[in-house]
Every structure is written in structure tokens, then in C-alpha cells.
Design a protein around this ligand. Structure first.
Ligand code: SF4
Length: 120
């Protein structure tokens, strides 16, 4: 099966043509550097995404705290991650970059605060 994809690793945006057998990449063409081939292989075989969302707070200056994963997580874990995010309530002041949930979902990534929040 042939797939067309735009490489987003740099502003050149190469048009990648990927020959794949299901979720296994056979060949990549159209890339001007090896990062494009690696990007295509990752996207087809094991796509990852950085989770960016917000968690509830209680007793802090804002009702929601923006958070993000410290590293990308498997794309197929995003729904489970969002379900777990809904259960988190931050009640203590945090600083930007603070770990809100360590080893989130056992994926080896932390959920980090994107900003600081003080008590009301
Ligand atoms: S293949 Fe290389 S040159 Fe082309 S967009 Fe990707 S990173 Fe940039």
C-alpha cells in the first residue's frame, strides 16, 4: 500500500511517498534527508504524540492547570490518557515544570505543569 505524507521535521515539508505492508514500512522516497525516513517510519509503525491538556484544581487561583507530557506517548494511548487526566485534581500550589503525575499510566513519562499556580 502506498501512502503520501508531508514530513514535518523541518520547514521544507518534503512530500514523502511510503510503501508499506500494513503497519510495516518497506520504503520511503521523496525525503531530502534521513530524518524524513525516520519520521515516516515512526508515523506508520508506532505514532507518538505529546499530550497537551488541562487538569482540574481546587483552592488555586485558576480552576484548570494546563499540563503536557514530558515526552510523546503512543498515539493509541491518548484516550486512556485523557480518561486518567479527568481524575486528577491539583490542590497544592505548583510551579511551571512541576511534576503533576509521575510515570503517567506507567508509560515512563511525567505529566508536567505548563505554568505555576498559587493558592487563592
Ligand atoms: S525530509 Fe529532511 S529536509 Fe525534508 S522536511 Fe523532513 S527533515 Fe526536512
Amino acid at each position: 500500500m502506498k501512502r503520501i505524507m508531508t514530513c514535518i521535521e523541518c520547514p521544507q515539508g518534503c512530500r514523502l511517498e511510503i510503501e508499506a505492508d500494513g503497519a510495516r514500512v518497506i520504503s520511503v522516497s521523496g525525503n531530502k534527508c534521513k530524518r524524513g525516513a525516520a519520521y515516516a517510519r515512526q508515523e506508520i509503525e508506532a505514532p507518538m504524540r505529546t499530550l497537551t491538556t488541562a487538569v482540574l484544581t481546587r483552592g488555586l487561583e485558576l480552576k484548570m492547570l494546563p499540563v503536557r507530557s514530558s515526552k510523546p506517548i503512543p498515539k493509541d494511548k491518548l484516550f486512556a490518557a485523557m480518561a486518567a487526566v479527568k481524575l486528577i485534581v491539583v490542590t497544592s500550589p505548583v510551579h511551571a515544570g512541576a511534576v503533576v503525575a509521575a510515570d503517567f499510566l506507567g508509560l515512563g513519562v511525567d505529566l508536567l505543569a505548563c505554568r505555576g499556580l498559587d493558592k487563592i
